[in-house]
Design a protein around this ligand. Structure first.
Ligand code: CTP
Ligand code: MG
Length: 231
């Protein structure tokens, strides 16, 4: 059954899903790789559609897969599918351009973070709604971090207490993200980085272990395990 999105919601979610998945190894584009028998993108969109604030979902698909992605997602949720770009930032820009009038909050969410719970979508959106311009979900860094130089020689130990690992969805006041993309220069892998360059304050909320980015084969195995043990 198709999950209906909330026509009174105030959130549009952009889902960059046009990457190749090179680090996952040979195969289909990453968003279409299977996790427990379903493509990563289906898992991701299903969870986004379950977040009550979501009004619109726009997916940036691999150019050759736009029609296939439309058909794949039709039974999952009503979504807009556009062709992505060569870099993640171009895919986000293409999706942003397709957002209809209405939503005042825009979230950007990697299809590769397929198990992100709807609660995290809501907490990021709520922080933007409460007046923040830009909000990112973060986790503390658990490993000791060293700075290294030539020949892999350690230059120093970084103070871990001031570091955070950043996830998606990243949330923005719509006008803030639009302005940042309009002014964007070098391609970045993170949308908050673009608004930081505009001098906009970016705030953190607690992230989720389930929002892990599936990047390498180990991550896919981990995600399979998480699904099998928690549903
Ligand atoms: N992405 C995108 N368009 C691109 C590149 C990436 O929409 N040109 C998306 C990916 O589909 C993914 C998210 O951005 O959902 C995060 O990127 P990443 O995890 O790096 O995915 P890939 O680029 O597919 O993986 P790799 O870098 O290993 O090729
Ligand atoms: Mg990539």
């Amino acid at each position: 059954m198709t999950a209906q999105l909330n026509p009174r919601g105030d959130v549009a979610v952009l889902v960059p899903a046009a990457g190749a998945g090179v680090r996952l190894g040979p195969g289909r584009p990453k968003a279409l790789r299977l996790l427990a028998g379903e493509p990563l993108l289906v898992h991701a969109v299903r969870r986004l559609a379950a977040a009550p604030s979501v009004h619109t979902i726009v997916v940036a698909a691999p150019t050759a897969e736009v029609q296939a992605v439309r058909e794949l997602l039709a039974p999952v949720a009503p979504v807009i599918v556009v062709p992505g770009g060569a870099e993640r930032q171009a895919s986000v820009a293409a999706a942003l351009a397709a957002v209809p009038a209405g939503p005042t909050i825009v979230l950007v969410h990697d299809a590769a973070r397929a198990l992100t719970p709807p609660e995290l979508v809501e907490s990021v959106a709520a922080a933007v709604r409460s007046g923040r311009d830009a909000v990112i979900p973060v986790l503390p860094v658990v490993d000791t971090i060293k700075e290294v130089g030539a020949g892999e020689v350690v230059l120093g130990t970084v103070d871990r207490s001031a570091l955070r690992a950043v996830q998606t969805p990243q949330g923005f006041r719509r006008a803030v993200l639009s302005a940042a993309h309009a002014a964007a220069g070098d391609s970045l892998t993170d949308d908050a980085g673009l608004v930081e360059k505009q001098g906009v304050e970016v705030s953190c909320v607690p992230g989720s272990e389930y929002a892990v980015k599936i990047t390498r084969p180990f991550d896919l195995a981990l995600a399979e395990h998480l699904l099998a043990t928690t549903g």
